[in-house]
Design a protein around this ligand. Structure first.
Ligand code: HEM
Length: 430
């Protein structure tokens, strides 16, 4: 079969394609157009995510197409050691231990360590939007992609002034690996990625020189390694930062975009959130299931493996269709219905499953929940613009809106920043 992810309905309406694939009894297909095996059913996707020995990560961050030689020359110079999504044992359990020790990943730790950062950044951005009463705004550009990036910069101790380059490098990495750039674009994106890696190395060198006394993630990771390369090497610290700067913002930007799209395109959902912010966590959970920010994830088989009636050979790259798994009726009642009250929402696979389960799940939920509740409180008559051309960036992993146009209504809560103690300088800085 062919997935045609960059042109067909998979690009504009992926759920239709997921339904078509799920309705096929095999559930595992070879996509000739991509040279990838597609795994779609909930049980199979969950199994593949959990069994990281059979479905290894070594090629998860390697482009999905044949890269031109000039771009490959540049990519080969990026000597970042595998630490997270690209790492397999024995490195992964060790780097994962380091990450768990230095990056908050349980609800209590996330609230204690990142709660104030998230609320400060949400307030800055909501204040800026609220000040544009009556205007049309692009919620993607002016909110959804901005918030998670500012938060992750704070957590890593990276100056706000670098936001533009980091955004462009991160967008470029996603297009380079999971998109379909032409050869000239591949070379440009590969050069950008090399520059991004050098930037992360320099961030770490600066902390090493300065004695890494701070409470930012990079300083914590250096302190954790305690000059012991068997615990974590200095290049591995840079590699963790390299991964977090992308994983920490593009994903949560997608969650925010999908949540705002779901809420605002069905006015009764937005009214429900405005009336009772207590519904927000369930709403965010159902958005994760229904419209995952990452709806396909790569693995490579280390041996022949049989799923149902299909045998995938060793060494095959597989695209785990998380979006399809989340619509499988064997795991979810009425899977194509958006229902924040559903009891089975916890079965979704949007943060993965097993040894590579997303380390930032708690942070993403906190950011999306805080953002939605604060927007609803401060700009209750936020409305989607009537002229809306919804489209997604061509990509097989990240489902990212190009734009989401909305109008800021006239009902705006008095002074968002003042009610939370944010200073005008903070607001300008945002
Ligand atoms: C809605 C937001 C997010 C989504 C949908 C998401 C999704 C995912 C998925 C699907 C994986 C792969 C899991 C697997 O292979 O089993 C993953 C891994 C990861 N995520 Fe997230 N993520 C989100 C937010 C974040 C944030 C905010 C951070 C950090 C600031 C983060 C950091 C990571 C890291 C480091 C890994 C690799 C973990 C490992 O390999 O051990 N993610 N995420």
């Amino acid at each position: 079969m062919r997935l045609n992810p960059f042109t067909g309905i998979y690009l504009t309406d992926p759920a239709r394609m997921w339904r078509r694939i799920l309705d096929d009894p095999d559930g595992v297909h070879y996509a000739e157009d991509l040279g990838l095996w597609l795994i779609s059913g909930h049980a199979h996707v969950r199994y593949a995510l959990a069994d990281a020995t059979t479905f290894a990560n070594a090629l998860t961050l390697v482009p999905v197409y044949e890269v031109c030689p000039a771009a490959m020359n540049v990519i080969m110079q990026i000597d970042a050691p595998p630490t997270t999504a690209a790492a397999d044992p024995p490195a992964h359990p060790r780097t994962r231990r380091a990450l768990r020790a230095t990056f908050a990943n349980t609800p209590d730790r996330v609230e204690a360590e990142y709660g104030a950062i998230v609320r400060r950044r949400v307030d800055q951005l909501v204040s800026r939007l609220a000040a544009r009463r009556g205007d049309q705004v692009d919620l993607i550009k002016e909110f959804a992609t901005e918030l998670p990036l500012l938060v992750v910069l704070d957590i890593l101790g990276v100056p706000d002034a670098d936001i533009g380059r980091i955004r462009s490098w991160a967008d470029g990495q996603i297009a380079l690996i999971w998109g379909q750039p032409d050869p000239a674009e591949q070379v440009r994106l590969a050069q950008d990625l090399l520059e991004f890696w050098h930037y992360c190395e320099e961030l770490v060198r600066q902390r090493v020189r300065g004695g890494h006394e701070g409470d930012d993630f990079i300083s914590r990771a250096l302190t954790y390694r305690d000059d012991d390369d068997t615990v974590l090497t200095v290049p591995e610290v840079a590699s963790l930062a390299f991964n977090l700067l992308v994983a920490g913002h593009e994903t949560t930007a997608g969650l925010l975009a999908h949540a705002l799209d779901q809420a605002l395109s069905t006015p009764r959902w937005w009214s429900a959130i405005v009336a009772d912010p207590g519904v927000v966590p369930a709403f965010v959970g159902e958005t994760l299931r229904f419209a995952p920010a990452i709806d396909g994830w790569l693995r490579v088989t280390s041996r022949d493996v049989t799923l149902g009636r299909v045998t995938i050979p060793a060494g095959a790259r597989c695209l785990l269709l998380i979006g399809a798994a989340n619509r499988d009726s064997s795991a979810f009642a009425h899977p194509d219905r958006f229902d924040p009250h559903r009891a089975d929402v916890g079965n979704h696979l949007s943060f993965g499953h097993g040894p590579h389960f997303c380390i930032g799940a708690g942070l993403a939920r906190l950011e999306a929940g805080t953002a939605l509740a604060r927007l609803a409180e401060s700009i209750p008559d936020l409305r989607l613009a009537t002229e809306q051309h919804r489209s997604y960036k061509p990509n097989i992993a990240f489902r990212a809106h190009h734009t989401l146009l909305a109008t800021i209504g006239d009902t705006v809560a008095a002074d968002v920043a003042a009610t939370r103690g944010t200073t005008p300088a903070d607001v300008r800085a945002a």
